[in-house]
Design a protein around this ligand. Structure first.
Ligand SMILES: [Zn+2]
Ligand SMILES: [Zn+2]
Length: 103
């Protein structure tokens, strides 16, 4: 039979939002059977990440929030030979010395 008796629900901490979430025995078996690595994000963040993938969104390198780089924005950066931003809009806004003059 399955060696489920050795497994217990585990509490993991989400790398994205920092909250703890339960990694249930049932999920552990599911992950193990598929040889997935243990989840690093809570369910809400995983759903968010899944939606983000579909929308070509990125993970902010500063706050780990997901944000979408629109095709228009991507074109703006690449057409100027700039690196695509790695931080979300609010993190970029909060940086005073990034000095983007838009007016
Ligand atoms: Zn989370
Ligand atoms: Zn951010």
């Amino acid at each position: 039979m399955l060696e489920t008796s050795a497994l217990v629900d585990r509490e993991l901490r989400c790398v994205a939002c920092g909250s703890t979430f339960m990694f249930k025995v049932g999920e552990q078996i599911f992950f193990r059977d598929r040889q997935f690595t243990n989840p690093i994000r809570c369910r809400a963040c995983r759903n968010q990440a899944r939606q983000a993938r579909q929308a070509d969104a990125r993970l902010c390198s500063e706050c780990s929030a997901t944000w979408v780089l629109s095709a228009a924005d991507a074109g703006w950066f690449t057409s100027r030979g700039l690196h695509l931003p790695t931080r979300c809009a609010s993190c970029r806004r909060s940086r005073k010395h990034s000095a983007v003059k838009k007016d």
